[in-house]
Design a protein around this ligand. Structure first.
Ligand code: CO8
Length: 258
């Protein structure tokens, strides 16, 4: 396997960091970068030493969208037959939580990439938007669906029809973003959140992600049943025995992620 050129990879404890690294194009998402991100996520997902994945960009840009220069010459039949960008869907197969750490621009495909992650932590400098309408197209990597589920129809229509950009405060108020963090503490706080999640029992973390995502795929009664069955199955793990014993014995649990 060749070394990725468009992302920087760094394991810190049980957290696998992926830093998008095409600074001259504000991390615009081209095919190479997509392959690198998808490959890195799959590798961390399969690594038993990793509990959480973080995807981040630079201070100025998480990602300024799909690469317009790569898309510009394409014809309909190329976009259709190549299923351009379909590989991004492979991110959804990751079973460990993915945090999007967004500073600066998260526009178009950049906003869609952030929304494919499980939670978004934003620097107060973050700017979100789906400006595809300004290019004569529409969101194409799930944005119309994920944004609408995240913020509701009113805000999604506003953003997708006008192409306007919103700041971190409005994004948090709308439900797109989990937390907004001061710029000077941004990466520290992301690291703390990631470490916190990574310190929990991995089977319960993975199952928590799975049950929350089930809320988007199924009706309430089915979802609650799925949660109940998943909850019960965690009583087969060593970490449940340890976690509950530690509480009763008034000590910190020592999870072994099994
Ligand atoms: N694609 C390619 N290059 C880009 C992109 C992009 N999305 N964004 C920025 N760049 C490049 C610029 O061309 C420039 O390169 P150069 O120095 O060679 O001219 C460099 O990055 C720096 O950009 P700017 O000089 O423009 O920087 P500014 O600070 O002046 O502006 C902005 C920053 C406001 C973010 C501005 O760059 C901008 O508006 N970018 C485009 C944002 C946009 O429209 N994004 C949506 C793209 S479309 C999309 O994502 C569709 C996804 C669905 C695809 C599905 C296919 C099936």
């Amino acid at each position: 396997q060749t070394e990725p050129q468009t992302v920087l990879l760094d394991k810190r404890g049980r957290v696998g960091w992926i830093t998008l690294n095409r600074p001259r194009a504000l991390n615009a998402l081209n095919t190479e970068l997509m392959n690198d991100v998808v490959g890195a996520v799959a590798a961390y997902d399969a690594d038993p030493g990793i509990g959480v994945i973080v995807i981040t960009g630079s201070e100025k840009a998480f990602a300024a969208g799909a690469d317009i220069k790569e898309m510009q010459p394409k014809t309909f039949s190329e976009v259709y037959t190549e299923d351009f960008f379909a590989d991004w869907d492979r991110l959804s197969a990751a079973r460990k939580p993915i945090i999007a750490a967004v500073s600066g621009y998260a526009l178009g495909g950049g906003c869609e990439l952030a929304m494919m992650c499980d939670l978004i932590i934003a620097s107060e400098t973050a700017k979100f938007g789906q400006p595809e309408i300004n290019l004569g197209v529409i969101p194409g990597i799930g944005g119309s669906q994920r944004l609408t589920r995240a913020v509701g129809k009113a805000k999604a229509m506003d953003l997708i029809l006008t192409g306007r950009t919103i700041g971190a405060e409005e994004a948090e108020r709308s439900g797109l973003v989990a937390r907004v963090v001061p710029a000077d503490r941004f990466l520290d706080v992301v690291g703390e959140v990631a470490d916190t999640i990574a310190s929990k029992s991995l089977p319960s973390v993975m199952m928590a992600k799975e049950v929350v995502n089930r809320a988007f795929e199924t009706g309430l009664a089915e979802g609650v049943k799925f949660e109940r069955r998943s909850f019960g199955s965690l009583f087969a793990t060593e970490d449940q025995t340890e976690g509950m014993a530690a509480f009763v014995e008034k000590r910190q649990p020592e999870f072994r992620h099994r």
